[in-house]
Design a protein around this ligand. Structure first.
Ligand code: AMP
Length: 283
């Protein structure tokens, strides 16, 4: 396994005669990231994992400096997953100066997670575009945990004509149901117990959706989250049932693929999760 910055990546890429898959990450790798690398490994000749905490997607009051960076442990995870090249550029290599030319994430980047974190998705799409340009991958693997990010990367590929197959993998959860996240490290044991209201709310919504109708689905999740908020366990940032392709709210007679999006802060830690639901209009 090779590890390097931009120059080393370009030299390595030139030598590749087979297909390449890219797994972008910010490090602090867990089983969710590992699933992405396994998928990349299984489908392409060579795998690049990028480890880069991208300042452009953090607001100044967020956790950029605090974000965990267990670099050696991350390299061990990559090695075990059969990664061929770990792209770990220095900050000054990726951004020698504050960029003037960036990617704008538009309407879909300004709602929900984009409203909670203004500028976040512009920063994400800018770094993803840079990673695509530098790596020239045949495919890229992302997690559906960050579903709004996934949908925006899909649009980035279409709108900016990247010739890249986009692969999305389901949310990997801990045994207690909490979606794995590098930020779970911030949670004290009591916060972690409180955070379980999020997967419980998603389960309640999935139960309510089992009749194929969106009626009552958001309310089922809201009941669980509201009870947790009243106990002082969490602060709900947003809860929304949206059309999976447009990210617009679902009407009561919506039919098709939908997403229930949840974001909450628990003990100051920002958590997101979602569940995909399918509705058919009742006769
Ligand atoms: P991050 O390092 O948090 O920027 O995430 C890098 C990639 O891993 C993104 O595509 C995430 O969606 C994905 N990812 C993070 N956590 C999970 C999870 N629990 N299950 C599936 N994918 C995940």
């Amino acid at each position: 396994m090779e590890v390097g910055g931009i120059q080393a990546l370009r030299a390595w890429r030139k030598q590749q005669t087979g297909t390449v898959s890219l797994v972008p990450t910010m490090g602090a790798l867990h089983s969710g990231h590992q699933a992405l690398m396994d998928r990349a490994r299984a489908s392409r000749d060579a795998v690049v994992t990028s480890i880069f905490v991208n300042p452009l997607q953090f607001r100044t009051d967020e956790d950029f400096f605090q974000y965990p960076r267990p670099f050696q442990a991350d390299l061990d995870v990559c090695e075990a997953a059969g990664v061929d090249f770990v792209f770990a550029p220095a900050l000054g290599e990726m951004y020698p100066s504050a960029p003037e030319a960036t990617v704008s994430s538009g309407r879909m980047g300004a709602v929900y997670e984009g409203a909670a974190r203004p500028g976040h998705f512009d920063g994400v799409l800018t770094v993803v575009a840079k990673l695509f340009t530098l790596t020239k991958p045949d495919s890229a693997v992302f997690g559906l945990k960050d579903i709004q990010q996934f949908c925006l990367v899909k649009r980035l590929i279409v709108d900016l004509n990247f010739d890249i197959e986009l692969i999305g993998l389901p949310v990997v959860r801990d045994d207690d149901g909490l979606a794995m996240s590098s930020r779970n490290e911030y949670l004290a044991p009591a916060d972690r117990a409180a955070a379980l209201a999020i997967p419980r709310a998603l389960d309640a919504a999935a139960d309510a959706a089992s009749d194929g109708s969106p009626v009552g689905v958001e309310a089922a999740a809201e009941t669980v989250l509201q009870a947790a908020a009243e106990r002082g366990d969490l602060d709900l940032v947003y809860l929304a049932l949206v059309d999976a392709t447009t990210f617009r709210p679902c009407a009561q007679d919506f039919a098709g693929q939908a997403l229930l999006l949840v974001s909450a802060t628990v003990g100051g830690t920002h958590l997101i999760d979602n569940v995909a639901l399918e509705f058919h209009r009742s006769a």
